[in-house]
Design a protein. Structure first.
Length: 477
């Protein structure tokens, strides 16, 4: 053992723990120039490279450390984290499990493997790991929060909320736990608590920088008396479509309503009668007196489950809008179908084949970004070239008798237009759909079809086909 190398690597570790990974890499490199077989130097360099954002180098150096010392639980744990960061989840899982075989009582490794299972939607495997980690570190607030996420995904909502509250009892300022608690409270219908907790989102990692860039003073609900207010889209298309229902309520408080949103929503929102102007993120901001993120509107209006603004339709196709190449269906009933969302519900058209076999229906695909040959052999009218933005989509929806959709922005738009819509809901439901019920609290025209297990849509699709057969019979009577 070279004492100089030992002392050098101790300094390297000090730099690493003090947030100076580049210095750690430099020191480790000097040691490795003289001793290529020094596993600790490769390990420290790998961990430091990861901290410095040099992921490929990190993996290479951790690989070298693991080859030199294949039975180090610590080396394996860190390499697993890098592998997972690169999307190599199965390899990462293998390393975590090997690490735990070497040291089964390490809470960080237990939690890391549990978080990987959560990422892979295997919450049933994650829950016991989080509980084992908590038995070793009961005063760790983040672990309570992680267990809460897991329990909510398993639809153990009361237990999940209790876990969130246990974490907040240990760290009342943990914004991530507050924000996750908000979603759980909204899911069980506690809107008073849910909207309040939702305001913590501006202090979470995802939103922290956004909250520092509000262009005007935040509106808190006071009378506007003719002032101009900017309503800002802050999340996805579906969220904006859901929350723009508050624009008339803001106008009734005396506001001149301007909306800031993504371009695909611009023309749709411009058709709202109380909206004076719609800007996109590429446009220069016009002068306003105050602003409000859309997901704060329910708190401002003290929305409760029984007071959700339900005046539908609140979105309409722009007047006199025409779509090149689009002809209204000549055969009815006409049913539009979406089988794939951006993140929740990744199916292909063939998964919906039992629906397409129902006779007497003109089916239209409302799916964007179809795969090559995906519609081959299926009796569907493809509208993809007409789906240029949500205003265009609203024109097509206005001609349909029913929409069947995964939980997507199209489902939100159909509900906002008062169009009958059947929505497929994942097992780990989003907050707005609550639990168990088949009706949608925010969209009176929607019917919810809930996944009964996390891994299969087959049962729901079969039920949809049966209900669609009954629906078409009633349509023709």
């Amino acid at each position: 053992m070279n004492i100089h190398h030992v002392l050098a690597l101790k300094r390297a570790l000090d730099h690493l723990q003090s947030g100076r990974p580049v210095r750690t890499i430099e020191i480790a490199a000097r040691v490795l120039e003289q001793d290529q077989e020094n596993a600790d130097a490769w390990f420290l360099s790998g961990v430091a490279s990861q901290q410095a954002g040099q992921t490929i180098q990190a993996l290479d150096h951790l690989d070298r450390a693991c080859r030199l010392v294949p039975d180090s639980w610590d080396y394996l744990n860190h390499r697993a984290t890098v592998l997972c960061g690169l999307g190599r989840f199965q390899e990462g899982r293998s390393d975590y499990e090997r690490s735990l075989n070497l040291r089964h009582d390490h809470p960080e490794t237990l939690a890391n493997l549990a978080r990987l299972h959560v990422l892979m939607q295997r919450h049933d495997l994650a829950q016991p790991l989080f509980r084992r980690a908590l038995s070793l570190e009961p005063a760790n607030p983040s672990l309570h929060g992680d267990l809460g996420v897991c329990l909510v995904a398993l639809r153990c909502l009361d237990a999940g909320i209790a876990s969130y509250r246990a974490g907040l009892a240990l760290d009342p300022e943990d914004a991530e736990i507050h924000y996750n608690l908000s979603r759980a409270l909204l899911m069980v219908g506690d809107y008073a608590g849910g909207w309040l907790e939702n305001e913590w989102r501006w202090q979470t990692r995802h939103y922290r920088q956004v909250g520092k860039k509000f262009p005007y003073p935040l509106w808190l609900g006071e009378p506007l008396n003719g002032q101009t207010i900017l309503l800002m889209q802050e999340q996805g298309f579906g969220d904006a479509i859901q929350m723009v229902r508050y624009a008339p309520l803001v106008a009734r408080r005396g506001g001149k309503v301007v909306i800031l949103c993504d371009r695909p929503l611009q023309e749709l929102f411009a058709a709202i009668s109380v909206v004076e102007q719609v800007l996109t993120l590429e446009d220069p901001l016009s002068k306003a007196d105050c602003c409000c993120p859309m997901l704060s509107l329910p708190k401002i209006f003290e929305t409760r489950l029984e007071t959700i603004p339900l005046e539908t339709p609140y979105l309409h196709p722009p007047p006199n809008m025409t779509l090149p190449g689009w002809n209204k269906p000549e055969r009815h009933p006409a049913v539009g179908v979406v089988w794939r969302g951006k993140s929740r519900g990744q199916l292909t058209a063939t998964a919906f084949k039992p629906l397409f076999q129902v006779q007497g229906i003109h089916f239209l695909s409302l799916q964007k970004d179809t795969l090559p040959g995906e519609l081959g052999g299926l009796s569907l009218t493809d509208t993809q070239t007409q789906l240029t933005d949500f205003a265009a989509t609203s024109v097509i929806l206005s001609s349909l008798d029913l929409v069947i959709s995964m939980e997507t922005a199209v489902a939100h738009l159909a509900g906002a237009m008062g169009k009958p819509v059947w929505i497929l809901i994942p097992y780990a439901s989003d907050w707005r759909w609550m639990t168990e019920r088949t009706s949608a609290p925010w969209y009176p025209s929607a019917t919810l079809y809930r996944q009964t297990s996390p891994d299969s849509w087959t049962g729901i699709i079969d039920q949809l086909a049966r209900d669609l057969s009954a629906w078409v019979e009633k349509f023709h009577t």
